[in-house]
Design a protein. Structure first.
Length: 116
């Protein structure tokens, strides 16, 4: 059974940091391109960051460049998103996604709220 389970979300003040994790099981994690997406209320889901299977390539949305870092540990089947200098506009549900060819898996999401 394929599972992607996000954790690490919560309430943080502007300027603060959070580290999201996504634990994967039921598929060969190391072969998949992994991504973080987010969806704010009333908005479409958007790509935040992505990382290739061997961590050779990463890319980021312009809105998070220089503040967020995506990484993965293929030995632990876990994807990470380090989020620094958080802003209120980063408030959203954050989802991890795994993809290879036509196979796409999504997690259930974790809420991140940036507010004073």
């Amino acid at each position: 059974q394929v599972q992607l389970v996000e954790s690490g979300g919560g309430l943080v003040q502007p300027g603060g940091s959070l580290r999201l994790s996504c634990a994967a099981s039921g598929f060969t994690f190391s072969m998949y391109t992994m991504s973080w997406y987010r969806q704010a209320p009333g908005k479409e889901r958007e790509l935040v960051a992505a990382i290739t299977s061997n961590s050779g390539t990463t890319n980021y949305a312009d809105s998070v460049k220089g503040r967020f870092t995506i990484s993965r540990d293929n030995n632990k089947n876990t994807l990470y998103l380090q989020m620094n200098s958080l802003k209120p506009e980063d408030t959203a549900v954050y989802y991890c996604k795994g993809a290879i060819g036509r196979l796409i898996y999504w997690g259930q999401g974790t809420q991140v709220t940036v507010s004073s």
